[in-house]
Design a binder for this molecule. Structure first.
Ligand code: NAD
Length: 360
């Protein structure tokens, strides 16, 4: 099959890690009979330098025409880069917000997986890390508290501010459907996280999730209050498969889940719209401190490419092959400097890519 991918290499380590991911995709294409056509578009600081804005309308239409978008990372050193002298709507991050909005990406997926070989990086107790974990945090991205009506006022010298948390049943249903679809590709368990003992929006969330669950009899559903979930993530993370939750709870819980894996260079992410279309990117930033030094860990970006194959192109076997190759490289003792520990072999960005390709 032929696939058209929009590729945004971005800034900092972005070009280095995305080049590795493209090589890995080409290797997959060679082995499984696919051709990936890449349309490279500019976003972030490199687009400011070349076009004067962080994302052009032409770049947006190129992304819309593709089957999926692979993104490195954007931005520079926020203290020293001239990009941060610009007004907020002209800075690199404005490009990211614009593309998410233009592409209607409402579902954010962040896997948190502890590789047995990287157990020593996990900050949890040894007996918890020994059990391992492999979960997917599914966060609603375009509704809730961050997008509700808000205001600040002052009356009789007293300042007051408010934010509102609103969800329609349609907004809940569309993310719940994506969450259950993804659980069907995994261990078939959904933990829906809310605060239904207090919030009306959470009670609606719970009711709609239960309605959607009726169409997925194979999936086990449980409901968990967000405060309990925050505790369970550090007490017994192995219990989770898909965690389905609203915007703010997901923002906090996904960072907590990332932290317990202990290595930012390993964490992939995806943002999806109503169709199978999505944008795939590593969870970390552009790491300007190590850019251009062949030190960046490309695994998060390669895993993001594997998610792209699985969720946008339905190429599960090919995605499995990438994930298996990465596990094998780690088992063989190869490490980039961010995950290096005694007794292993230190490699750079490019060599890590080569080692993954050799195992596909
Ligand atoms: P960062 O994630 O870029 O870096 C934090 C630390 O993690 C650094 O020490 C870095 O070297 C390390 N690191 C990150 N990714 C790594 C990798 N793949 N391999 C090895 N080490 C890695 O966060 P920051 O320094 O706070 O932000 C730098 C820039 O990235 C800022 O401009 C920020 O706005 C931007 N940013 C972009 C995105 C995005 O593109 N989605 C996300 C977060 C931050």
């Amino acid at each position: 099959m032929n696939y058209n991918l929009a590729v945004i290499k971005g800034d900092g380590i972005g070009p280095e890690v995305v080049s590795v991911a493209m090589d890995v995709l080409d290797k997959i294409g060679e082995k499984y009979g696919h051709t990936f056509h890449y349309d490279q578009i500019l976003m972030g600081g490199c687009s400011i330098d070349a076009c004067g804005v962080p994302l052009t309308d032409e770049a947006v239409s190129a992304a819309k025409k593709s089957d999926a978008v692979l993104l490195g990372s954007i931005g520079g050193n926020t203290s020293t880069s001239p990009w941060y002298q610009l007004p907020p709507d002209k800075r690199p991050e404005a490009g990211l917000l614009k593309i998410r909005k233009e592409l209607g990406l409402f579902a954010n997926l962040r896997p948190a997986l502890l590789y047995p070989e990287l157990k020593s990086a996990c900050p949890l107790k040894e007996e918890i890390a020994d059990r391992g974990f492999d979960m997917m945090i599914m966060r609603e991205l375009t509704g809730g508290l961050y997008f509700g009506e808000r205001g600040t006022s002052e009356e009789n010298g007293m300042r007051c501010a408010y934010d509102t948390l609103t969800y329609t049943e349609e907004e809940i249903r569309r993310i719940a459907i994506r969450g259950f679809d993804i659980a069907m590709k995994r261990r078939k368990k959904v933990t829906s996280v809310d605060k239904a003992n207090v919030l009306d929006s959470s009670r609606l969330w719970r009711a709609v999730v239960n309605e959607v669950a009726e169409n997925y009899p194979e999936v086990t559903v449980e409901h968990m209050l967000v405060d309990n979930c925050a505790m369970q993530l550090v007490k017994d993370p192995a219990q989770f498969d898909v965690i389905l939750t609203e915007n703010m709870f997901g923002d906090i819980l996904s960072d907590e889940a990332s932290m317990v894996t202990g290595s930012i260079g390993m964490l992939a992410s995806a943002s999806l719209n109503e169709t199978k279309f999505g944008m795939y990117e590593p969870s970390g930033g552009s790491a300007p401190d190590i850019a251009g030094q062949d030190k960046a860990n490309p695994i998060a970006t390669v895993l993001s490419a594997a998610m792209l194959l699985r969720f946008s192109l339905d190429l599960d076997v090919e995605a499995d092959a990438i994930e298996k190759a990465i596990k094998q490289v780690l088992a063989d003792g190869y490490r980039t400097c961010d995950i290096m520990s005694e007794g292993n072999t230190l490699v750079g960005t490019k060599e890590m890519g080569q080692l993954i390709m050799e195992r596909i």
